[in-house]
Design a protein around this ligand. Sequence first.
Ligand code: PGA
Length: 256
Amino acid sequence: MRNYLVAGNWKMNGGTAANAALLDGIVKGWPDVSAAGAVDLLVCPPFPFLEATAQKLAGTGIALGAQNVSEYASGAYTGEVSGSMLRDVGCEYVIVGHSERRALFGETSAAVAAKFEAALAAKLVPVLCVGETLAEREAGRTEAVVGEQLGTVLQRLGIEAFAAGAVIAYEPVWAIGTGRTATPEQAGEVHRHIRGLLAREDARIAEAVQILYGGSCKADNAAGLMAMPDIDGGLIGGASLKADEFLAIAAAAARS
Ligand code: PGA
């Protein structure tokens, strides 16, 4: 059985005081939520706040992740942050290939696959984001787009890369930050397709991989999404910036 994973992607939000208040709220409410079911919690703040967040989370059972990682291990790469540095400050996870990085910062599927490999090399769990734009969905290309994004990682690293612990997040671009969430049926269909792509390579590994949904997931729509058989949690943007809302999503997963 797969545990649920509910991950907060803070994006470029927050600051020392605001983060402390948010984390206090999350840490305070977490024991009740985690007692209710098989759900893990993860927060992904911006780089400068990772270390302070690690200290706040120590002993809580809540995991820490980063939002990006360099494909390089070390050296003359100004402005980059390596996987071993993330590990050093307490990260266990890292998001790779978020659609904002693909669209705004020109990350190709090949670059994302290199980052995925760098994460594994640093013993971080990569959270690989995939998803189609509205134009791609309307053109009937959702499966092709997601297939290319996942396929590039599979071609580079093989299905074994998912056996060591790797998470996939299906995030339809048209649902991110728009308030327009995918219906449970729409999301469930793509999740089933993604698991099918993995199963073609190895059915046992496919069954174990957590596939999260992301895109305007909130307390009031989480239960329907989490009830779908191939949805194993959420990657939460806006709603992860409010402790009550974030915990309510985790509680919905715990009840599923
Ligand atoms: P959202 O963002 O929940 O604000 O739509 C999700 C994400 O981009 O990970």
